[in-house]
Design a binder for this molecule. Structure first.
Ligand code: ADP
Length: 463
């Protein structure tokens, strides 16, 4: 794992970022051209430093077959966020100086997780993982299908480590000793902070494009409509066209609209403002409009920003259909705010709805929500992809056949498949319940011996 020779740093290479395939994700592997490895004097398995707006470390591996000869570096979603680079950006890559960590402090990078127990289990999960303070890392150690069989054998064992708990969780690396790029070694002490901590520089990695399945080129569409104007407003200025202000995501509940909007925000480092349609309908006179104005103002002050309005049909129904004075005023306010958004303010509004036809037409005019993306119910390959995402980091028994589950879950949307995976995991937990004292929580060490099997999925299906 350690780099063979601590050669004096040569010139860093510049490579263009592209997305990794899902099987590679989660373990900090980066794929780069053979010529670049040679130039940096690296072998597969050596550690590189990747520098975008921030920097991160990765295990260097040779390119995918189809990338031969291209100056690409393939990174997964967490690596992109950690490096502060999107696909298409250029990053600098150099050989890393890496030392074993004596101590690593981690905290949950997601709000719904509480860390407890000793750091022992985490040390096993992250064994030999290169990291740097500020990184967000995931406990997933294997993707469905296992590690890419073409990887060198020493890396396959690196990828095949015990899972932590029953579902993937994301952790922030708060601090390391020594500082700089380190790896988790036998003697590394891992200190757990129990609760979520807002990352210091505001970058969040709770969701990336890797966490959305079955949407095919929808992700590319939304990148073009939202990411491009937010990150490269100058492009639009130079071409003399107005960037889109509003994008409507249209599709049934639970298909990933919110998750997609959040992922765009994280991957473009835009601030994310969430407005829940039904919730904003305040009761007191003028309250809802006031709230809308505040959100738009705060977004403009914190640009680049995305304002996400969930169930937009509930706050902006067709005016002729509503009797309520309140709705009429809110629609009018929203129209005014959209019209008042200047392209240079770098704010994009994403509205989500299941009932496109129930929305006030005035909102769909040019300069308002004039782009639309349809998010459908996933097909079988889509369901398979989503199941892969929700079972990441889950210790699956060998009898679990995700393809078979994808075949038998016709009509399930992402939220259903997520719930199915969670239920199956709960089922596995229930089996060990008699052996644990719940008041003390279930230590990760106990969960380590656990696996989720085919029967757990079957009984979850019945619920
Ligand atoms: P929507 O906004 O369309 O109602 P959400 O984005 O809120 O749906 O999805 C709810 C949850 O369902 C997500 O947090 C995620 O766990 C799961 N989910 C939904 N769609 C997908 C998807 N396409 N890929 C992966 N998970 C999904």
């Amino acid at each position: 794992m350690e780099n063979r020779m601590a050669e004096p740093d040569g010139q860093p290479l510049k490579l263009q970022v592209a997305n990794a395939r899902p099987q590679d994700g989660g373990r900090g592997i980066a794929r780069l051209p053979q010529a670049s490895l040679d130039e940096l004097g690296l072998h597969e398995g050596d550690i590189i430093e990747i520098v975008g707006k921030r920097h991160t470390a990765a295990v260097a591996v040779g390119p995918y077959e189809e990338d031969q000869g291209l100056s690409l570096i393939r990174l997964d979603g967490l690596q992109r966020v950690n490096a502060g680079a999107s696909s298409g950006d250029h990053v600098e890559v150099r050989r890393a100086e890496i030392r074993p960590a004596t101590r690593v402090v981690v905290a949950p990078a997601q709000k719904n997780v509480r860390l407890q127990g000793s750091g022992e289990a985490l040390r096993r999960t992250f064994f030999r993982r290169p990291l740097i303070a500020g990184d967000v890392i995931a406990t997933a150690t294997q993707r469905s299908g296992g590690p890419d069989p073409r990887l060198p054998p020493q890396l396959r064992s690196y990828l095949d480590l015990p899972a932590y708990g029953l579902q993937e969780i994301r952790l922030s690396v708060v601090a390391t000793q020594p500082r700089g790029i380190v790896y988790v070694a036998e003697g590394t002490e891992i200190e757990l902070r129990p609760l979520y901590e807002e990352p210091r520089d505001g970058h969040r990695a709770d969701v990336t494009y890797d966490d959305i399945g079955g949407l095919g080129d929808t992700v590319d569409q939304i990148r073009e409509m939202v990411e491009l104007p937010l990150r490269h407003p100058e492009l639009f200025q130079r071409l003399g066209i107005d960037p889109p202000k509003g994008v409507l995501l249209h599709g049934p509940p639970g298909t990933g609209k919110t998750r997609l909007a959040r992922a765009v925000a994280n991957e473009t480092e835009a601030r994310f403002f969430h407005i829940a349609g039904p919730e904003i309908m305040g009761s007191r006179y003028g309250e809802s409009e006031q709230r809308l104005r505040e959100v738009f103002q705060e977004a403009a002050q914190n640009a680049p920003a995305i304002i996400f309005i969930d169930e937009i049909d509930s706050i902006a129904p067709k005016r002729e259909q509503v009797t309520g004075e309140v709705e009429r005023r809110i629609v009018a306010q929203l129209l005014t705010l959209m019209d008042g958004l200047e392209p240079r303010q770098n704010v994009v509004v994403i509205g989500a709805t299941n009932r496109r036809d129930a929305i006030d037409e005035a909102l769909r005019r040019p300069g308002r929500f004039d782009r639309e993306i349809i998010i459908g119910v996933p097909d079988q390959p889509g369901r398979r992809e989503i199941l892969g995402i929700h079972t990441r980091g889950m210790p699956l028994a060998p009898d679990v056949d995700l393809d078979a589950i994808a075949r038998t879950t016709y009509g399930f949307v992402g939220a259903d498949l997520g719930a199915l995976a969670r239920e199956a995991a709960m089922d596995a937990v229930r089996r060990i319940l008699p052996a644990v004292n719940l008041r003390e929580g279930i230590p990760a060490e106990v969960l380590e011996g656990l696996s989720v099997g085919r029967d757990d999925f079957l009984s979850a299906m019945k619920r």
